[in-house]
Design a protein around this ligand. Structure first.
Ligand SMILES: Nc1ncnc2c1ncn2[C@@H]1O[C@H](COP(=O)(O)OP(=O)(O)O)[C@@H](O)[C@H]1O
Ligand SMILES: [Mg+2]
Length: 256
């Protein structure tokens, strides 16, 4: 039922077909006795924005780490374009088109904004092309005026934008965004919402968005997946997921 509704929601927007780009199939990750990700499954289609929410410690970032190759899963399968990429190295995942931001932003502080983004663009391009592509991406995220600034001197808002630019620099087919709106003011959030939507609609990027800002996630996501203690407790269109009693209980900290 949930899956049917999700598909309807996607096909209701023009020019969108639900092609499964990434299939997350029963992924499990343990840390000692703790099951941080517990048999989680869902799909992400081309041009689809999936919201990934859940209380702190629910396993959201761990799931991102598995998908981007920064962490191995204990079991389960990850498919990208139908290919089994389970536990593939991070550099290979990036080369295949899986881009990500990190919750703790970590640009190379002694490099300029342009140099930081060029490093990512070098993955698929020679140096001159990489520099040009990086400049184009920096313009796209609205940072042209900061191009030659050292990354270490940027404000939090600009570092978040740079993090997004770095994720885009590898020319991804899917981007994993880990709380990139945290710490931004209302108008910065609106600009970011506009940008993320245009990446999906104009560039057909698949997006998985971890976000605590409910307004952003409700307005962007085609579907929302909810994790609690590593388990997927709900998946549905935004309007229905926030009314799901299991989701409400998880956020209120109830045991129900
Ligand atoms: N490298 C690690 N070693 C041990 N425990 C970890 C590690 N990374 C995450 N965890 C634990 O796994 C759980 C999920 O963490 P995380 O994925 O960061 O949650 P979220 O991003 O949803 O807040 C938490 O209980 C956290 O303490
Ligand atoms: Mg996290």
């Amino acid at each position: 039922m949930a899956e049917k509704m999700t598909k309807n929601a996607i096909s209701s927007s023009p020019n969108k077909t639900p092609i499964p780009l990434m299939e997350i199939d029963n992924l499990v990750r343990r840390f000692g006795g703790l099951v941080a990700v517990n048999e989680v499954s869902f799909c992400v289609g081309v041009g689809e924005i999936v919201g990934l929410i859940g209380p702190n410690g629910a396993g959201k970032t761990t799931l991102f780490n598995i998908i981007s190759g920064h962490l191995k899963s204990d079991s389960g399968v990850l498919r990208f374009n139908g290919m089994d990429i389970t536990n593939m190295r991070a550099s290979k995942c990036a080369r295949m088109g899986i881009g990500r931001t990190f919750q703790i932003v970590k640009p190379l502080a002694t490099l300029t904004v342009h140099e930081n983004v060029t490093v990512g663009a070098l993955l698929n391009n020679h140096s001159k092309t990489a520099r040009d592509k990086a400049a184009h991406i920096i313009e796209r995220v609205g940072m042209s005026d900061l191009m030659d600034k050292l990354s270490g001197s940027l404000t939090l808002e600009s570092r978040k934008r740079l993090e997004l630019a770095r994720a885009l620099s590898i020319e991804p087919k899917i981007i994993l965004l880990d709380e990139i709106l945290a710490g931004l003011n209302a108008s910065e959030i609106e600009e970011s919402i506009h940008l993320i939507r245009s990446l999906a609609v104009t560039d057909n990027l698949a997006v998985i968005l971890i976000e605590h800002n409910l307004h952003a996630i409700m307005s962007l996501a085609h579907k929302i997946v909810v994790l609690d203690y590593g388990v997927k407790i709900a998946q549905n269109v935004p309007d229905l997921v926030v009314r799901d009693p299991k989701v409400v209980a998880a956020y209120l900290g109830s045991d129900d």
